[in-house]
Design a protein around this ligand. Structure first.
Ligand SMILES: Cc1cc2nc3c(=O)[nH]c(=O)nc-3n(C[C@H](O)[C@H](O)[C@H](O)COP(=O)(O)O)c2cc1C
Length: 185
């Protein structure tokens, strides 16, 4: 075996593929922005807590801190080009990047931040806590409402209608095979 020691961004890639979601955020004055996020994880079941890691430079970080809420949108696998665009330009330079990417927003029920029409699933969430590190902060959210589209989700996302995973950089996973684990007898 030849070991490869990894540093920086490359080191974090060993924890991919991961879901590539779009986090929609809203400023105090009502401006809406979207950001691709793959450093996201469930943390607690009751109450439902989700953590995501955001660089301080993201406009999304600023908006989430202002409004205290967000929606987390899980996208169909074939949305990879649109998700990549949203994750490569900042709302600071392209305020209408969600529209340019082809996403339509619809109102949410429990928060004032909209979610993406046609998402495979979306989560309406309020900000709970922040843990600060040098370049990223972990923001934890409480999910107020979690909604899945039954075309994509039954008890898990359906293999025939997969959701998008991010392998790292500009590489995505759009097809995968599910298997059932069995125990040794
Ligand atoms: C697939 C993908 C996943 C990403 N995941 C994260 C992430 O987990 N955290 C983060 O801070 N930035 C992440 N980014 C980078 C942001 O999406 C990107 O910097 C974006 O332009 C920020 O937009 P904003 O400044 O409008 O908030 C990701 C980008 C891509 C393409």
């Amino acid at each position: 075996m030849v070991e490869i020691e990894l540093k920086g961004w490359q080191a974090m890639r060993v924890l991919h593929p991961r879901p590539a979601v779009i986090v929609i955020s809203r400023s105090e004055e009502g401006k809406v922005n979207g950001c691709a996020v793959s450093w996201i994880t469930p943390v607690n079941v009751d109450p439902p807590i989700i953590a995501l890691s955001l660089a301080y430079s993201r406009l999304t970080y600023e908006y989430v801190k202002e409004s205290g809420e967000a929606t987390i949108n899980v996208l169909p696998a074939d949305a990879y080009n649109a998700v990549h665009y949203v994750g490569r330009v900042s709302g600071r330079e392209v305020p209408d990047k969600l529209v340019k990417a082809g996403f339509q927003l619809v109102p949410s029920r429990t928060v004032s931040t909209p979610h993406i029409d046609g998402a495979a699933a979306y989560i309406e969430a309020v900000l709970r806590d922040e843990l600060k590190y040098p370049d990223h902060a972990i923001l934890t959210f409480e999910a107020l409402r979690v909604v899945a589209d039954s075309r994509y989700f039954k008890t898990v996302f359906k293999e025939e209608n997969p959701v998008l995973l991010h392998a790292g950089g500009d590489t995505y996973v759009v097809k995968y095979e599910y298997v059932k684990a069995s125990q040794p007898s």
